[in-house]
Design a binder for this molecule. Structure first.
Ligand code: 5GP
Ligand code: MG
Ligand code: MG
Length: 197
């Protein structure tokens, strides 16, 4: 086999200062949440609506864990962006949906988010789904909850873990679109974002 200089290549994992939630812990918790949802929505044919891009990982694992899966369960995605490329929310939330909003009318929506921070994204989304799209109900699943950062009153109905007040990446969560692919959630080394802020 060809040998490579050990120092030549840097990987995403080299930028992680420490791991907050290891892969196994995430999977165990998401599995519990999936089973809970399957039970709570057994006769409500839920529409599981993942919030892109951050929730793509948790949404996939969550629906796989909905066992036994209720009849009529469907999956779709909305796109919400509130962050620029920095680590502070801009406060403005843009919503894009590629499904016909008529298909939401009368449905029991389970919104799946990677993390609730200020709460503004989910407040906007929930209002949009309830008022404009006339969903029958909207429940929120948040893998992570950074409660001390809240600027508006918003409670997730299902929370994976409480998250310390740190900027976290991995398992869907990005910094400047990178790190989403990591299977665990961790905190970046300060030198990895300082130059981009
Ligand atoms: P909120 O509107 O609640 O302030 O922000 C929610 C969105 O901000 C999340 O869906 C996520 O995209 C982003 N966000 C908030 N905190 C973090 C964090 O610690 N790490 C990353 N990567 N994104 C975050
Ligand atoms: Mg998000
Ligand atoms: Mg982001």
């Amino acid at each position: 086999l060809p040998t490579r200089a050990a120092t030549a290549v840097r990987h995403l994992s080299d930028d992680i200062a420490y791991v907050l939630f290891p892969e196994q812990q995430i999977h165990a918790r998401v599995q519990q949440l999936g089973r809970q949802l399957a039970h709570d929505y057994a006769d409500r044919a839920p529409l599981v609506l993942g919030v892109l891009t951050g929730a793509f990982q948790v949404c996939g694992d969550l629906v796989r864990s909905m066992d036994p899966c209720p009849r009529g369960t469907t999956v779709n995605f909305v796109r919400a962006s509130s962050y620029g490329s920095g680590t502070e929310s801009s406060g403005k939330v843009a919503i894009k949906m590629d499904m016909d909003s008529k298909l939401i009318k009368g449905r029991h929506v389970v919104l799946v988010e990677d993390i609730v921070d200020t709460g503004m994204t989910l407040t906007r989304l929930k209002a949009h789904l309830t008022e404009n799209c006339e969903a029958a109900s909207v429940a929120i699943v948040a893998l992570l909850d950074k409660r001390e950062r809240r600027k508006v009153e918003l409670e997730a109905d299902y929370v994976g873990f409480q998250c310390p007040n740190e900027f976290v990446v991995g398992y869907g969560l990005d910094f400047d679109e990178e790190y989403r692919t990591l299977p665990y959630i961790g905190v970046l080394k300060p030198e990895c974002y300082a130059h981009k802020l």
